[in-house]
Design a protein around this ligand. Structure first.
Ligand code: PGA
Length: 245
């Protein structure tokens, strides 16, 4: 069965001091039960710091992006084996903020997922529609083609080693959340698209998840956890989201 997963995406937030404070609070509140897995995705420069602080705890670590390359003349890039060396288990790929502000294409997202897998990481592959796409009724088409592009690069074999995150762009950082029914409709669609391997793949929901709306989202049969931005910067909120699983 799929183990629920709650991932905090810190985005470009934190400082050495703030990270220590946040991590100490999270670790102090960490549920003992193994029912849910928790992870945080920190900015690259803090991976080493966070890695040391979460060593020997059940809190997992991830990067927020990964290069398609393994090494070489790619200024500013971070390779999957580098993240793995610091104990990262995950790398977010295709976050809408990277698609939007860095022009990342569906194909590039697939290549990043492949490089994460080859480097020993589990990619958290983000998909989701914009408000305009939802309003004209093309949400499922958009998500279907985002998934197909990734599949064309990593195949079923790669997808089976991945986590998918459905993040409607209009719900990220806006305080708007998809209703549990809206989210479930898309999660069910994604699971259908995944075909015969679908049962083993975790599909997370992301977009203004907080402790107050987490339980209703997690009650949906195809929602296996959450990718949490803003609320992951507040230890109690983050832990209460995990407890809602
Ligand atoms: P949010 O961000 O929870 O702040 O809406 C979610 C995300 O971007 O992963």
């Amino acid at each position: 069965m799929r183990r629920p997963l709650v991932v905090g995406n810190w985005k470009m937030n934190g400082s050495r001091e703030q990270n220590t404070e946040l991590l100490q609070s999270i670790l102090g509140l960490l549920p003992e039960s193994e029912k849910v897995e928790l992870a945080v995705c920190a900015p690259f420069v803090y991976i080493d710091q966070v890695s040391e602080q979460v060593a020997n705890t059940s809190l997992a670590l991830g990067g927020q992006d990964v290069s398609v390359h393994v090494s070489g003349a790619y200024t500013g890039e971070i390779a999957a084996p580098m993240l793995a060396e610091f104990g990262c288990r995950y790398a977010i790929v295709g976050h809408s903020e990277r698609r939007q502000y860095h022009n990342e294409s569906n194909l590039l997202v697939g290549q990043k997922a492949l490089s994460a897998i080859q480097g020993g990481l589990t990619p958290i592959i983000c998909v989701g529609e914009s408000l305009e796409q939802r309003e004209i009724g093309s949400a499922l088409d958009v998500i279907g083609s985002q998934l197909q592009s990734v599949k064309s690069v990593i195949g079923d074999q790669g997808l089976a080693k991945s986590v998918i995150a459905y993040e409607p762009v209009w719900a990220i950082g806006t305080g708007l959340t998809a209703t549990p029914e809206q989210a479930q409709e898309v999660h069910q669609f994604i699971r259908e698209q995944l075909g015969s391997i679908a049962d083993g793949i975790s599909i997370l929901y992301g977009g203004s998840v907080k402790a107050a709306n987490a339980a209703d989202l997690f009650a949906q049969p195809d929602i296996d956890g959450a990718l949490v931005g803003g609320a992951s910067l507040v230890a109690e909120e983050f832990i209460n989201i995990a407890k809602a699983v």
